[in-house]
Design a protein around this ligand. Structure first.
Ligand code: IMP
Length: 190
């Protein structure tokens, strides 16, 4: 079976190929198939949004599709920003504005424990699907450390790595990340 990776993010595409690509005859990125598709993520949970992405791509192909949705969940904020992580501070999307709002909303609150979570959906041509989930735990620190990663990474201190995701190399992050865990969870089911 051939697989389409529903992402335009080169890091994600590489990570997905490394972990799960071997289970398929051939893998394609959206760019390789010239598919331009960016549906609105309107669901209230990660699985719902991953399915929206996967099903939107299936309109363009009869291959299997893998799509993910992920976010940051902070305990003292009741799990926010959650599914709203990408647009936490509204439009236009800005990591800087999201991080500033996160720190402001957390002022004076505890615990600062948090997790990144990811849901991966593998949608088959017949419409059936398998789901993998993963998470990585840490806490939100008050000052940025490191310039690596993206999004909330300079403020996310990983318990596994004993440093922020901003300070980690891509390989270090990929070894413990929520996306890697979700991919391994999916791989187990194939
Ligand atoms: P998506 O799953 O690519 O749509 O990501 C949703 C949002 O969650 C991103 O825009 C980030 O704000 C946040 N997020 C998800 N994974 C990570 C990560 O590994 N590092 C930093 N932020 C992340």
């Amino acid at each position: 079976m051939e697989l389409v990776i529903a992402s335009n993010n080169v890091n994600k595409i590489r990570e997905i190929r490394e972990i799960i690509g071997g289970a398929f005859e051939k893998t394609y990125s959206l760019a390789e198939l010239n598919i331009h598709c960016d549906p609105e993520e309107t669901a209230e949970d990660f699985l719902g949004n991953a399915l929206i992405k996967a099903r939107a791509i299936r309109e363009y192909t009869d291959k299997a599709v893998i799509a993910d949705d992920s976010g940051l969940m902070v305990d003292c904020l009741g799990g926010a920003p959650g599914v709203h992580s990408a647009r936490y501070a509204g439009e236009p999307v800005s990591d800087e504005a999201n991080n500033a709002l996160l720190l402001k909303n957390m002022e004076g609150r505890s615990p600062r424990t948090a997790k990144y979570v990811a849901t991966m959906v593998l949608l088959y041509p017949d419409g059936s699907y398998k789901v993998g989930t993963g998470e990585v735990k840490g806490e939100i620190i008050t000052e940025a450390r490191g310039k690596g990663g993206f999004g909330y990474d300079p403020y996310f201190y990983s318990y596994d790595l004993q440093k922020t995701f901003g300070e980690a190399t891509p390989n270090e992050k990929n070894a413990v990340s929520h996306r890697a865990m979700a991919l391994h969870d999916l791989l187990k089911q194939l």
